[in-house]
Ligand binder design. Sequence first.
Ligand SMILES: O=C(O)CCC(=O)C(=O)O
Length: 243
Amino acid sequence: MDQAERYRHDGGFVLEHAFGAAEIAAVTAAIEPLEQETEAFLATRPDGRYGIARAGEITFRPHLVTRSAVLREFARHPVFCDLVHDLIGNDVRLYWDQSVYKKPAADEEFPWHQDNGYTYIEPQQYLTCWVALTDATVDNGCPWILPGAHRMGTLAHRSTPLGFECLSNPDGAIALELDAGSIAVFSSLTPHRTGPNRTRAIRKAYILQYAPDGAVSYVGGGDAVTCDAADRQFWILRGGLRE
Ligand SMILES: O=C(O)CCC(=O)C(=O)O
């Protein structure tokens, strides 16, 4: 089965060794000062928490492209242009980007969810590229997906202290172990979770999400907002061509 077929059938696949060591080192270096800012901010919070982020355990740093030319350029890397062309179409924008660092103290899972279960987007299916900046293993909290479940549409999610959750211990889940530089490519409708980090090293990921031009979000159940913020939802492909 080829990758496009696997995406349609299972809702995701691994693109191995998409980026070289130097590219991953440059991306990691660009994220580093922002990650330090994030931890410094969390340290100012009385309980070390902000939303689903927990100081020293798990950090989420969104909209990095607004702060780094290196990451803006990375978001338009030919690898992503090819992926979005084949899996979305000719007119595509970056929808969201964020780093997620899971620290050795993170002994909780990040619960089963669909990305479309956090902020509801129309069309409901957009593309998540979970780029491994370090090797991601079952031991340090690699992603798991539930193949085929993307065909059920957006599921109901409940709020938990660890994040939104749509499923609990489903049968048939598979771990996507990734070498640094590989990408877990999956649909915004594919239920996924990550496990605890039981190692002594930080598991680092940079997540980039792409949506068709014209996609709208309903933040907090409010009015439709077109996903075209100039500083972070810029064109990736327009008329099939790289912008
Ligand atoms: O990388 C992680 O540990 C979880 C991130 C995730 O699933 C997400 O941001 O949707």
